[in-house]
Design a protein around this ligand. Structure first.
Ligand code: 8IG
Length: 290
């Protein structure tokens, strides 16, 4: 099914994908889902060797068209837990419908995951942020004007479409990750704790104007990007706890006066790979213990 027909059921589509995943991996249920955004793909290996890796396209996912998004999913054993690691994501700005944007998350939920770790690359609006720094997402502003829950009411046994987003990004997971990260010397370079910030999700794919960044700062945004918010909503709708981590890969428009460039975004991720990998491992271990 492609989603083009009126009878398309994205939840059923996710169930089918989860069944394929279980058959291909030999793992009946996974615990934690990780979605790796721009710049984060090299950190995947820090989670350990996958026991299975397959193309998202073989799970009914769309082919990604963005550099830094390979479009595979791995099954990785970590201690007692099992992680599903999606290397790459599809974005709404590629022209995909939102059910396709959140298909990986819904597949993970159908595969048993109760925690979803969403990573992304983002522009830093908060002037205290530095390029290469990881920031825990404390909340978001969904400025896309859209929801992955638009459309027919979710079928039974899925919850109603009117989802409470208080504590969307689990405060308890954030606190546990901050403590666990600090105990392993993260972030590097001193006793500072991991920063937290509000992520503004915009449609893109253009970057903002300096005036738009001033507006976003006034609205309370610390970070700006083009992903994550729809996936977070779909994950919460599915009853999962959400942890969001942004890698600041550029100062947002007008913050420093420099021009913005996608190649620099990918390069900043590569430069920060070792620390990101360690942070990701901490996050997955905390999430798996939930
Ligand atoms: I990486 O400055 C990255 N993604 N909207 N603005 C928006 N998305 C981004 C940015 C940015 N940097």
């Amino acid at each position: 099914m492609t989603g083009a027909d009126d009878n398309f059921d994205p939840y059923e589509h996710a169930e089918e994908a989860a069944a394929t995943l279980a058959a291909r991996s030999g793992v009946a249920a996974h615990d934690v889902a990780v979605i790796l955004g721009s710049g984060w793909a090299p950190a995947a290996d820090a989670l350990g060797p996958p026991s299975m890796e397959m193309a998202m396209a073989d799970l009914g996912g769309r082919a990604a068209s963005v550099a830094g998004h390979s479009g595979t999913v791995r099954s990785v054993a970590r201690g007692e837990g099992r992680a599903l690691v999606f290397v790459g994501r599809v974005h709404a700005y590629e022209g995909h419908p939102l059910h396709a944007v959140v298909h990986a998350v819904r597949t993970a939920l159908a595969a048993g995951c109760r925690t979803v770790v969403l990573t992304n690359a983002a522009g830093g609006i908060n002037p205290t942020y530095r390029v290469g720094q990881a920031v825990l997402i404390s909340d978001h502003l969904n400025l896309t004007g859209r929801s992955p829950l638009s459309g027919p009411a979710p079928p039974e046994p899925h919850g109603p479409r009117f989802v409470d987003l208080t504590d969307l990004y689990s405060a308890s997971l954030r606190a546990q990750v901050a403590v666990a990260a600090a105990s392993r010397g993260l972030p590097p370079g001193g006793p500072a704790t991991l920063a937290e910030g509000v992520y503004a999700g915009l449609p893109g794919p253009h970057y903002e104007t300096p005036a738009e960044i001033r507006m976003l700062r006034t609205l309370g945004a610390d970070l700006v990007g083009m992903s994550t918010v729809h996936e977070a909503i779909a994950a919460r709708h599915g009853g999962a706890a959400v942890l969001g981590i942004s890698l600041v890969t550029n100062a947002a428009a007008g913050v420093t006066g420099e021009a913005l460039d996608h190649a620099e975004v990918v390069a900043a991720g590569t430069a920060a790979t070792a620390d990101l990998g360690r942070l990701l491992a901490v996050a997955v271990d905390v999430a798996a213990a939930r």
